[in-house]
Design a binder for this molecule. Structure first.
Ligand code: FUB
Length: 426
């Protein structure tokens, strides 16, 4: 799936995203619903980690479980608390860092472990013991231009230390990082460097729930200077957020999470991505979350217009297709004359003719107009969705087949109630 959320067949949270060998790798936490005897009801429940990869931000491959609470020698296999991880490459090896509570007899609270692989997707071999000297969550590791590696973590505030070249031991005493708001929980540190500026990004509870903020420094361990809000608190009320920032093919992206697939329980989260832009002075423009997300969608794929870029103020809504199985995704509902929805970034090949397929259901019957956003918009097809109670794919020859990357507009013409799952072109 190209749109937000990025992964729609399972819950994913706390995205740490890296570019390895020209591909994007997503290392999220893996939320699951707690069940009797497995995790604590009403709380985070996480027993393992998957890794996902994408060549283009649009098509994602799930490489399966890479580390589990059952296979980490020191971790408590009944804790279900495999929280926010990170992964980094050094010398051709991939080091996966993860927080988890230790078995009884081990350190109290959260420790941070490491698992090592020869490929970004594993197999990862966990180290026998956690990193000595770290008590906390949300590890983040960065290697500076001079080759020195740093590890950051959270325990109410943000902490950091140098790592030895083996990437497994601290090379300096942990320090509390300075320059952040005094009040309110801070967690999820993620540092990146651009043009000699070190940006420390982190979630912070400035009011009731977390928002993303950042601070800047000219040194990896600070002191930092608070620089602003990266993303406001979630409108849906998801209590946590957690971020990473990458540059891929000359564009910067913010990965974060929300509770899209579980709007009534914000401990089952879903990873999203949106584009991020810098100002001339190096500060970052606040990122406004979108459903459309990032990447270009091929016209031959199922274009989920419910992940829209814009829509008319009224007469168009988005609901789950099946409230009992939210992983089936969403549908768009048109119920007012001229209501419309816009979906940006559809790639059309060189075909000049063909047809459009619309998976729709309409209790009243209705007419949809599909056009490009060009001014004036060019009509691709006008389709009649027949009256009925079942979903069916309505096919219509196009009167015009666009080329290149275009923004699509789907509009209800005349009255009626029309529901659309997806559209595609062939
Ligand atoms: O996913 C569990 C915890 O929630 C993470 O470790 C925090 O950053 C917050 O997202």
């Amino acid at each position: 799936m190209a749109q937000n959320p990025l992964i729609q067949n399972q819950f994913t949270a706390d995205p740490s995203v890296r570019v390895f060998n020209g591909k994007i790798y997503l290392y999220p936490s893996h939320d699951i619903p707690a069940t009797p005897g497995h995790g604590r009801a009403g709380w985070f429940c996480m027993q393992d980690y998957h890794v996902f990869s994408s060549p283009n931000l649009t098509d994602w491959t799930d490489h399966g479980v890479i580390v589990s609470q059952n296979t980490v020698p020191w971790a408590d296999s009944a804790a279900y608390s495999m929280w926010a991880p990170d992964c980094i490459e050094r010398g051709g090896k991939y080091y996966f860092y993860f927080p988890a509570p230790a078995k009884s007899g081990g350190p109290k609270g959260f420790s941070v472990g490491v698992a090592i692989a020869n490929e970004p997707y594993g197999p990862f071999i966990p180290q026998p013991l956690p990193i000595a000297g770290i008590h906390g969550i949300d590890p983040n590791v960065q290697i500076d231009k001079d080759g020195q590696a740093y590890i950051y973590w959270a325990q109410g505030n943000l902490y950091g230390a140098k790592l030895k070249a083996n990437m497994l031991e601290l090379a300096s005493e942990p320090v509390k990082l300075e320059g952040f708001p005094d009040k309110g929980l801070k967690e999820g540190p993620y540092l990146f460097e651009r043009k000699g500026i070190y940006y420390m990004t982190y979630p912070h509870v400035a009011d009731k729930i977390e928002r993303l903020e950042y601070a800047m420094s000219d040194s990896p361990l600070g002191p930092f200077k608070y620089a602003g809000v990266l993303m406001d608190e979630s409108l849906s009320g998801c209590w946590t957020n957690h971020q990473s920032v990458i540059e891929f093919k000359n564009q910067w992206y913010l990965f974060y999470h929300n509770d899209d697939l579980s709007p009534n329980f914000d401990k089952n989260r879903s990873v999203r991505a949106d584009s991020l832009f810098f100002n001339e002075d190096g500060t970052i423009r606040k990122v406004i979350p979108t459903l459309r997300g990032v990447g270009v969608t091929a016209s031959s794929k199922k274009i989920q217009i419910d992940r829209f870029s814009a829509k008319s103020a009224d007469g168009v809504g988005v609901e789950f297709l099946d409230t009992l199985n939210k992983f089936r995704g969403w549908k768009t509902i048109f119920n007012k004359t001229n209501s419309w929805i816009k979906y940006n970034g559809v790639f059309f090949g060189k075909k000049t003719a063909g047809r459009v397929n619309v998976n729709a259901c309409s209790a009243t019957g209705g007419t949809l107009l599909i056009s490009t956003e060009d001014k004036p918009g060019k009509v691709i097809a006008k389709l009649v969705i027949p009256k009925g109670n079942n979903w069916s794919v309505v096919k219509k020859a196009v009167s015009f087949m666009p080329g290149g990357v275009r923004n699509l507009v789907v509009q209800l013409k005349g009255s009626g109630h029309v529901e659309v799952d997806w559209i595609s072109f062939e």
